[in-house]
Structure formats: C-alpha cells, structure tokens
Design a protein around this ligand. Sequence first.
Ligand SMILES: *Cc1c(COP(=O)(O)O)cnc(C)c1O
Length: 481
Amino acid sequence: MSEVSGNKLGDHPRALLARVPAVERVLSTAMAQRLIDEYGHTQVVDAIRAATDTLRRELLAGVPFDASFSFEAKLVDDAQHMLDTRARPHLRSVFNLTGTVLHTNLGRALLPDEAVRAVVEALTRPMNLEFDLATGGRGDRDDLIDELICELTGAEAATVVNNNAAAVLLTLSALASKKEVVVSRGELVEIGGAFRIPDIMSRAGAKLREIGTTNRTHLKDYEEAINARTALLMKVHCSNYAIGGFTKSVSVDDVAQLAHARGLPMAVDLGSGTLVDLAQYGLPGEPTVRATVDAGADLVTFSGDKLLGGPQAGLIVGRAELIRKIKKHPLKRALRVGKLTLAALEPVLQLYRAPELLRERLTTLRLLTRPASDMQAQSERLKDVLQCALGPAYAVTAEPMASQIGSGALPVDRLPSYGLVVRNAHGKRGGRALMKLEEALRALPRPVIGRIADDALCLDLRCLGAADEADFAAQCAELNL
Ligand SMILES: *Cc1c(COP(=O)(O)O)cnc(C)c1O
C-alpha cells in the first residue's frame, strides 16, 4: 500500500473512514443550516448523504483526503456544489455572436421592453383573456388583437396560432381537407426542424398537386392543374434558399387573379413576413404582408418571431369568411396561443404604428440596422481583453465580417458587420485548438456562441448589446483553456 502524502493526520485514507461524521452531525453545522435555508431540508439531507457516500467510497479506494478541511466543511461544500449544479436551469441565456440575428436555435427575435413588461404583468395578474369587459360575458382571445393586425396588414380578418407551421397546417386542414392544393415545385420548401410543405400538406389531409419544374413554373401550369377537386392555389416563400439562373415563377397577383376567375381562394405562406418595407431602413427588401394582401392573396400566413420581432406565433390574415372557417376548425383550439404570447405580441404590433421610431424601438430592427462602425468600435475595445484571456497561443484581430438576418428571411443577403477573429498564433492551421476554444466558450457561465470558418473562430458583435459588452469582457477572465 502506498503512503498518502498531503495528509497531515498521516493516516491511510481507509483509517479515516471511521471518522467520517454522521449525516445528522453535518446537518447541525451553521454551514449546513445556510444550505437548508436555500434548498430546504429534504434536498440538503439527500445531498449530504450522497456526498458522504462518495467520500466513503473515495477513502476506501485510497483517494487522499486534504485534511486542511474538516469533514463537515468538505461534505457541505460537495453538497452545495451538487445542489447548485442541479438547480441551474437547462434553458439559459447565451451570447449570440454567430452573426445570425434571428437564430432559430438561439430563440429568434429578442423582445422590446414593452413586451417584456406586458409578459411579466400577464404572468402575475389575472387578465381579461377571454372575458368581455364591455358586457361582462365570455370573450374571444383573438378579439384582443385582431383589429390591430388588420389595421397593420390591410386584411379583413385575422387570427393567431402557436407558430407559422401551425398556421399553415390549420389553414390547409380547414380549407383543403380531402382536396387538392396547387403548389409550384420551386416552392416545396423544407424549413429546419422537419417542416416540409409536402408533409404538412398530407398531415392536413390535403393532396399536393405539384406543378412546373424546380426552376420554372408558368401561369399555364397553374391553369392546367385546376380541376373539380382543387381547393386552393398556394404560393410559399422560398425562405431559406434562392433559385438563380434560368428561372420563372408566377407573381402573387397573377396566381390570385387566376384563382378568383375560377372561384377559388389563393393562399400565401409568407414565412417571415414583414409589416413594413425594410428598404426604408436600408435593409434588403422583403414582400410585406400588406403588399401580399393587396396583390389579391385571400390568406397570408407568417411568423411572429422572425422579422416581425415578436414572440413565437403564427399569424393568419385574410378574407373574413375564410378566417371564420379557420377559427371554427377543431385544430384551432389545439393550436391556440397562450396569454403570454398575446401579451407580448400586442405591444410589439403597437410599435408598428410609428414606423419612423421603429428602428429605435423594435429590438430586431435595431440589431439588423446597427452600423458596422458600432461593432468596429466594440471590437477594438474587446480585442485586447480577449487576447489577454486567451494567451499567446491564439491571435485575436478585429475584422469586418458579414451577418445574416436568419430564420428564413433574405437567405442570400448579408449585412456588413464587424467582430473578433481568433486564429492559431504563428500561422499554424487551427483545427483542434479552435475546436477547444469554441468548446471553452460554450462552457462559460453564460455560453458564448460563435462560428468557425476558414481556420478561424469568428465572433460577430452585431448582437452584443451595450449592457452585454461588460458582461462579455468580465467573463473572458473565466475562460478555461
Ligand atoms: C419559418 C417558416 C415556416 C415555419 O414558421 P414557424 O413560425 O417557425 O413555425 C413556415 N413556412 C415558411 C415559408 C417559413 O419561412
């Protein structure tokens, strides 16, 4: 048996076993009492018992014990670590330095303060969610915001469901069950996370009638596909891809005109859908919901948490009789939104009444329109902080880069940005070292999410707010490489 060093008592670990205190004795210490105040008796007893078991096993196995601690202090410390780890939420805030503003995996749109306050209020106070304050009778949760949605989109009627996937599913279920829906082959989109137009179509009990080819679809293709079983002509926004080269697609106007001439409704899944012309803020153009309604679409579906900048939701707007039919479908009840969504959505929509102030007030738009010079100044401020934390094995530079809007809006457009680029120092190719760094950044208390490209780790600072900058800088010191 080997002699144990660093053990002032000079005993072999096994000899210490007999001195491990009983759980009751550990619990009676002031340290344990503080833990009980925070976590409650039951959890603390369990944790100390587990810590005691572990300690006994370690001593039996000959693991040395640092006797500069008392057994009690060690056991309470281990229990605290266990309880703290277990209490840490699994859903945590991160730094989104990916350069993708509406990042689906990082929760998409960040909400403005007005929405945050409204959600807090809805969480802590009773609300007139389905209560008509004018009559004292039962109300409809849709009535709370449908007028506002109509005002902003020019539509006759509106309803809101859980997300845009639900909006499409519900629309097809209500209007096209056991019937055919005509869609161009160029628009059979798959959004990440298993949303595919053909699959949604069959789930809704509708038959997909594909027309045209991947790159070219003509009005004649729509005309020839219409028959007695046709329920709907549909167009889908090519959210996350672009078809270039020898292409042809038919405009919403033309498809809507054809549909109406044949007595059919026309629907558009707009995907992101924006309520204002983004060109006025210097961003690439996207069709607005209003323009799509004006072009003759009878129904338009779009997301609440993409370019709109609100909470996760699916908005359906269009002709009153069709919206009525949709709202009566049993799936509507299953797909409806909760009060938190409605609480957050209304103030966000309100912001759109003042388009000239939107850029300041709507967080998503503020991030999308941040000038590269802002991020450049931030990069210069943070460059040395990060370099200092990383040490000489890495080289940090401030460089221009390109951000993406994300979430299937403007898939090919890029926004000029600025950020920190980390490479292996001494010009070595950085594969492993960069992976290690990327991992260490993810392991921070507030994980930092960047992206690796061309043997460099890029941290795009577009989404690093002023308040977050100090947190980011402070956290760099905790990097464990
Ligand atoms: C994003 C998107 C969807 C899905 O919207 P969610 O709100 O994520 O459910 C559906 N269709 C298109 C065209 C989209 O871009």
